[in-house]
Ligand binder design. Structure first.
Ligand code: ZN
Ligand code: ZN
Length: 57
């Protein structure tokens, strides 16, 4: 009995990683190892080492 979980981003590849932020199961291509998050959360979290918008409160 094999239960395959598809990547919740592309829904095409088998999910092999789980996002530490939202808990989504994602495939290797949509998992950001450095952040431990899926690409969706990683992009939401904002750029960390690239020039991006700087929020000012
Ligand atoms: Zn994927
Ligand atoms: Zn996520």
């Amino acid at each position: 009995m094999s239960v395959e979980t598809l990547c919740q981003i592309c829904e095409d590849a088998r999910a092999t990683q789980q996002c530490n932020h939202c808990g989504a199961m994602v495939c290797d291509r949509h998992y950001e190892r450095e952040d431990g998050m899926c690409l969706d959360c990683s992009s939401r979290a904002g750029p960390t080492d690239t020039d991006g918008d700087t929020y000012q409160f």
